[in-house]
Structure formats: structure tokens, C-alpha cells
Design a protein around this ligand. Structure first.
Ligand code: LLP
Length: 419
């Protein structure tokens, strides 16, 4: 559910017509709905209220400071995967005690930064990483709170690029060896074992993979208990899917209904790391039609947003609904919606049925709030879009459009080339 709806012929973001926003801020433009963000976070909070829990929003989905601030002010923590994300989360006011840190390749400086800031826990992905964290913590006289990220070997039935909990994936510690690693962790002087973590993938549209993975993890928790290893936090990761087209992903309530009974007899604080299901449908990318043209066998609508602004269609062949900002009557066309970038992979939609749009019409690419701006780049030296947050009848610029000057920031010409 979201608050991008037509009123009459015009698509609105909450109470504001989108054409008003593009007139003021230009295109391409990311627009987010504050009401939708609140609603989505609340869906988790309400669903999980029977259990002690922390909702650690996955910063990678959308790391804009205003969005982090909004979610943080409602009590969300953060799931981070780099020093940069940790910096962003802290700067937005999210308490370190609600921040978890995952990722297979944490650097020494990043580990030290997180230790000094006293995050809730490191989600550790290998024995070498664990040894390194122990070493760094000893060096700076700290104790590192850790959870081991377990690879439970469960098929999330999603796109292979975003499956993370299969045997062949690089993530986590194989469930078979986990007990052994926990025993080793317990012996390490500067490590405090506090939790267990798993994350099996993203855009998961069924409850079953979550339940299966959790059941496997809970067996491990029992084994840990028998070994005298007691943990406080059970982190089940993120991954709940959203509706892009005709998917029918479970509501957090349905997920909670299935998992709460499994957890009732355990004295654990549940951690969840939703990203997409919080921001995905809370954002759109609005783009201007530059040209239309007839190819050999198809029509092209050339717009001013490209794969550098929204990479998901090119990278995953992902489907994003495309809606005209102003509804048009009359004939429909089938067209490829493509960007200005010099790559054949630069498309937002293929063979899509659309109204017969013309130069300077606006199109809204829906469900672009997650992994949209956060995966954008400057490829083809394109300044990245502005971002706007709408709240009721108010709108706020939450990131300025980049300028040409931003493109070259930090670049230097060696003196020898200046002559
Ligand atoms: N926790 C961990 C450890 C993760 O790796 C991820 C996402 C999440 C939580 C959040 O998952 P979510 O609730 O958003 O599904 N770029 C891809 C998605 C990559 C997801 C990576 N990890 C896309 O655009 O579909």
C-alpha cells in the first residue's frame, strides 16, 4: 500500500500533484511518501509487539539522511554493511545500540569504527573475520558483541542475484560448522557472543522459506544452549518482498503469525532487517519523455532517466510499473521505455503498454524507493537526481540534484600534465 494515487487525471504524491513537484525540482526526480514510510514501519512494529524486538532498517535499500531520520525517530535501528552506512545511520541519530553490522568483507578500519561506537552486534560471516574482530578489539581494549551469520541452506525462491542463504552463496557460515565456530568464539578473549543471524535473500514472496530457515536456526540455538552458550538476539534478517507487478507477498503480520509461536518458548529479542518492504513502494522515479521514435519492429520512448538512476531493470530484468503523470485517453502503444545512456541494457521497461505519450510528458516509474537511488551512479557523467520527501501537503528537498561540478569533485590533474 502506498500514497501515490490518481486524483482525476493526475497522479499525486499524497496531497501534491506530481507535475507541481517536477516543475519545481526538475527531472529525473525521486519522490518519497512519508506517510507510506510510517505506515510500513508501523506494520512491522504492530505485528511484532507480542515479542521483544528491534527493527533494524536495512540502510542499503535507501540511505538518504531524511529517510533514516524519519524511521529512526519512530524507533527503528539500522542494519549496516559498511563504515559509510554506519556513519550515515549515526549521523541521522540512530542509536549505536540499535545498529547491527553484516557483510562478508569488513575492513579493519570499519571494524574499529564500529567497536568505538559500540554497536549492538557484528553479524560475523567467517572464522577469519571473527579472529580479526577479536584481534582488533583486544588492540583497542574493547569487547566485541557478535552474532554469527548462519547460512541455513534454504532456497528463498527469488532472483539468483539476491538469494543469499544457499550452499553456493558467499554469505554466512555453513550451518553444519556453526556449533564448532560458536565454541571457538566463546573462547576468544575479546569476543562476547550475543546473537545468531541469518538472511536468506530479498524480494521473497512466501512465508515458508522464512519459517524453514528459522526452524533450522532454532535447532542450532538448542544445541548452543546444551553447550552452555546462551544468546540474547535472534536476527532473522530482511527479505520480505513487495508488489511490483502482480506478486502477492505476505504482510509482516502473516510472517509474524507464523514465526511468533516458534519463538515464544525462547527468551530472545527478535531482530528484523527489512529494507525493501519499508521503502520500496514509498518511492517513485519521475522522468520526462525526451523523444519518441519508431524502430524497425518496435516503438521507443526515450526518457531522461537511465540505468544510472535506476539500475534494477538492467541488472535484474526487474519489472517496475510505469504510469503517466497525466492520464491520457485514446490509443495505447506498446513500447520500450529507454534511457539516454549508451548501452543496450539501458531500459526501464520493455514492450510495455502505455498511453501514446509525447515529448515533455512525464512518466512515473513506480516502486523505486528501494535500491533505486542507493544503487545509482554517475555513469555517462550524469549528475544524480534530486530527492524529495512529501508529507501530506508539504514537500521537502532531501537531496539536491548533483551538478557538473559535483561530477569532478576530488579529481586532480597531475602537475606534469598541467604544463
Ligand atoms: N539484511 C541483510 C544482511 C541484507 O543483505 C539485506 C539485503 C537486507 C537485510 C535487506 O533485505 P530486503 O528487506 O531489502 O529484501 N539490490 C537488490 C537487493 C539486494 C539485497 C541485498 N541485501 C534489488 O534491487 O533487488
Amino acid at each position: 500500500m502506498h500514497y501515490f494515487k490518481y486524483k482525476g487525471n493526475i497522479l499525486y504524491a499524497e496531497d501534491i500533484p506530481i507535475n507541481v513537484l517536477v516543475e519545481q525540482y526538475g527531472t529525473p526526480l525521486y519522490i518519497y511518501s512519508a506517510k507510506t514510510l510510517r505506515r510500513h514501519l508501523k506494520a512491522y512494529t504492530d505485528s511484532l509487539k507480542a515479542l521483544p524486538h528491534i527493527i533494524c532498517y536495512a540502510v542499503k535499500a535507501n540511505s538518504n539522511a531524511a529517510i533514516l531520520r524519519l524511521l529512526g525517530s519512530m524507533g527503528a535501528g539500522a542494519d549496516v554493511v559498511s563504515g559509510g552506512e554506519l556513519y550515515r545511520a549515526l549521523r541521522a541519530g540512530i542509536p549505536a545500540g540499535k545498529i547491527v553490522y553484516a557483510g562478508v568483507g569488513k575492513r579493519d578500519d570499519e571494524i574499529e569504527y564500529a567497536l568505538r561506537k559500540r554497536i549492538l552486534m557484528f553479524n560475523v560471516e567467517s572464522i577469519e573475520e571473527l579472529e580479526n574482530i577479536n584481534h582488533i578489539a583486544g588492540k583497542i581494549k574493547k569487547t566485541a558483541p557478535v552474532a554469527l551469520r548462519i547460512n541455513p541452506d534454504i532456497d528463498p525462491e527469488t532472483h539468483p542475484y539476491i538469494s543469499t542463504g544457499l550452499k553456493k552463496n558467499k554469505f554466512g557460515i555453513p550451518i553444519e560448522t556453526a556449533l564448532e565456530f560458536y565454541k571457538q568464539a566463546k573462547q576468544m578473549k575479546h569476543i562476547r557472543v550475543v546473537g545468531i543471524h541469518k538472511h536468506i535473500g530479498s524480494q521473497i514472496t512466501k512465508v515458508n522459506p522464512f519459517v524453514d530457515a528459522l526452524e533450522r536456526i532454532l535447532i542450532l540455538v538448542e544445541h548452543l544452549k546444551q553447550e552452555g552458550i546462551h544468546i540474547n538476539y535472534l536476527d532473522i534478517g530482511g527479505g520480505l518482498g513487495i508488489r511490483y507487478n502482480d506478486e502477492e507477498p505476505p504482510h509482516p503480520k502473516e510472517l509474524a503469525k507464523q514465526i511468533i509461536p516458534l519463538l515464544k518458548k525462547h527468551d530472545l529479542t527478535l531482530v528484523v532487517e527489512p529494507g525493501r518492504s519499508i521503502v520500496g513502494n514509498a518511492g517513485i522515479l519521475v522522468t520526462r519523455v525526451l523523444y519518441t521514435k519508431a524502430g524497425f519492429d518496435r516503438k521507443f520512448i526515450i526518457v531522461d532517466a537511465g540505468m544510472n538512476d535506476l539500475m534494477r531493470p538492467s541488472l535484474y530484468n526487474a519489472f517496475h510499473q510505469i504510469l503517466p503523470v497525466k492520464k491520457k485517453r485514446g490509443k495505447k502503444v506498446f513500447a520500450d521505455v529507454v534511457g539516454p545512456i549508451c548501452e543496450t541494457g539501458d531500459f526501464l521497461a520493455k514492450g510495455r503498454e502505455l498511453p501514446d505519450v509525447r515529448r515533455n510528458d512525464f512518466l512515473a516509474v513506480m516502486s523505486a524507493g528501494a535500491y533505486g537511488f542507493s544503487m545509482s551512479s554517475n555513469y555517462n557523467s550524469r549528475p544524480r537526481p534530486a530527492e524529495v520527501l512529501v508529507d501530506g501537503n508539504m514537500h521537502y528537498l532531501i537531496r539536491e540534484r548533483e551538478t557538473y561540478r559535483d561530477l569532478v569533485r576530488g579529481e586532480k590533474i597531475p602537475d606534469t600534465l598541467k604544463e
